[in-house]
Design a binder for this molecule. Structure first.
Ligand code: SF4
Ligand code: SF4
Ligand code: SF4
Length: 426
């Protein structure tokens, strides 16, 4: 258990944040989990009510509170639409930290966070071993989407149609990069993020190709650590601090103008969560510098490089899914669509019913796969309803979920990152 004094002070801070909720219930109409279950404890208002008595509830039944708190995608849709401006994500992350501090994590999860996630070299080696062995346990599911499924009964995989680990990760294809700024006069630091690195290296290569084309210098240091969101959303704040510190040190080794990522979640984590939750206040200046300079790659292409849509005679429709961390947290919706059109071959098709969460939610997909599946299948149907032959998004985690859901629903629609489609045209 964490230091009791620290827990009490965290509870006090949480109480202060909770006072903003008017209990109006407007969040009910927004929450994808509530839309499926109709349970008050699955929507923001219910969770906030539960948390307002957290010290008492912790003594009564901390596991039950934890369980209810985990039934949330952290998609931020409720927060983006709350008339009182309640900082829902902040509240939920703090509450998870309190509960993890009190209960601790299950030993395996703790081991993965503390020994593996904080040791990028070891994690890279283990995953590259996993990549060479995975064919023994998997078989093809949909060759157009490139998904696989389990060859034998495997409870952890269940009926998922997943994208396998790449045979060669981005960091083994391109271990590091340090090129000067060309005609653009700009240099970017490149943070591909774990999923791009290990599952979609072609997305990372597309970014490198685009930067080379626009004569932007790239600083990509080796041994990058995870941005920390899996640890933070599980309440493991010490692991989160360790990961942020490793990245701060790495990126301090180069001079650059912007930090770019092709992962909506990484961008939102660096921009919003690093400054709020990184524990070492002595490093506040370094954290702020990265937070101020981080950009989603399509935002960089559009807002800085001024890449503009090309007129195309008959552009192919691409069903575009807005990742929640871009739409709700960073308010980035136009730029990926512009980048799609900038290649001169594609145009974004809007999904019927408007944007919504795909149901991935990181650990939510592992802990509550059935719910994630119901939410994701609706998304797959809305993509199919556009009639588009390609789906695109701006987040590798969403790419995993969309691939799974489209593959299982029998819609053979490949899922691409917008930068892959733009890079095709260069
Ligand atoms: S979180 Fe916001 S929308 Fe939900 S009940 Fe509270 S004030 Fe209303
Ligand atoms: S963050 Fe998303 S899943 Fe969680 S309560 Fe809000 S709307 Fe629901
Ligand atoms: S957001 Fe996801 S993909 Fe990006 S670094 Fe963090 S864990 Fe890895």
């Amino acid at each position: 258990m964490a230091d009791i004094k620290k827990l009490v002070s965290m509870l006090k801070e949480l109480d202060d944040l909770l006072t903003g909720c008017m209990r109006c219930g407007m969040c009910q109409a927004q929450c994808p989990v509530f839309a499926q279950t109709g349970r008050e404890t699955d929507v923001t208002r219910g969770k906030l009510a539960l948390l307002s008595g957290l010290s008492e509830e912790i003594l009564k039944d901390p596991e039950a509170v934890n369980e209810k708190l985990q039934r949330c995608l952290l998609c931020g849709t409720c927060e983006a639409n709350c008339p009182s401006g309640v900082k829902v994500t902040d509240i939920f992350l703090r509450a998870r930290a309190i509960l993890t501090g009190y209960l601790g994590l299950p030993p395996t999860q703790r081991l993965i966070f503390r020994r593996l996630l904080t040791n990028p070299k070891l994690m890279n080696n283990l995953l590259s071993l996993g990549s060479s062995l995975q064919g023994l346990f998997t078989k093809d599911a949909d060759s157009v989407i490139g998904t696989s499924c389990a060859r034998f009964n495997a409870p952890l995989i269940a009926d998922r149609h997943f994208k396998k680990l790449a045979s060669k990760s981005l960091h083994s294809q391109t271990p590091h990069k340090d090129t000067p700024s060309g005609k653009s006069g700009l240099r970017v630091a490149f943070f591909p993020g774990c999923v791009t690195d290990k599952v979609f290296p072609q997305v990372g290569q597309a970014v490198l190709k685009i930067m080379e084309h626009h004569q932007v210098g790239v600083f990509m240091p080796p041994n990058q650590a995870c941005c920390g969101i899996p640890a933070l959303s599980s309440g493991e704040t010490e692991v989160f601090d360790n990961l942020v510190r490793q990245n701060l040190d790495l990126f301090a080794k180069g001079k650059w103008d912007y930090l770019i990522t092709p992962c909506a979640t990484c961008t939102a984590t660096i921009a919003e969560l690093w400054p709020k939750y990184y524990g070492d206040k002595m490093d506040a200046v370094r954290v702020k510098e990265l937070a101020d300079k981080v950009m989603d790659v399509s935002q960089f292409l559009n807002d800085v490089l001024k890449v503009t849509p090309k007129k195309a005679a008959s552009p192919a429709k691409v069903a575009y899914h807005d990742p929640c961390h871009l739409r709700n947290t960073l308010k980035i919706t136009a730029q990926p669509r512009q980048v799609l059109a900038a290649g001169g071959k594609y145009a974004a098709a809007e999904l019927p019913g408007g944007p919504s969460c795909c149901g991935s939610g990181g650990s939510f997909n592992i802990k509550h796969y059935k719910l994630s599946d119901v939410i994701g299948r609706k998304k797959a149907e809305s993509i199919a309803a556009t009639g588009a032959k390609i789906a695109a998004t701006s987040c590798p985690a969403c790419m995993l979920q969309l691939s799974d859901m489209l593959s299982k629903s029998g819609h053979s629609i490949p899922v691409k990152h917008v930068v892959e489609l733009y890079a095709e045209s260069l």
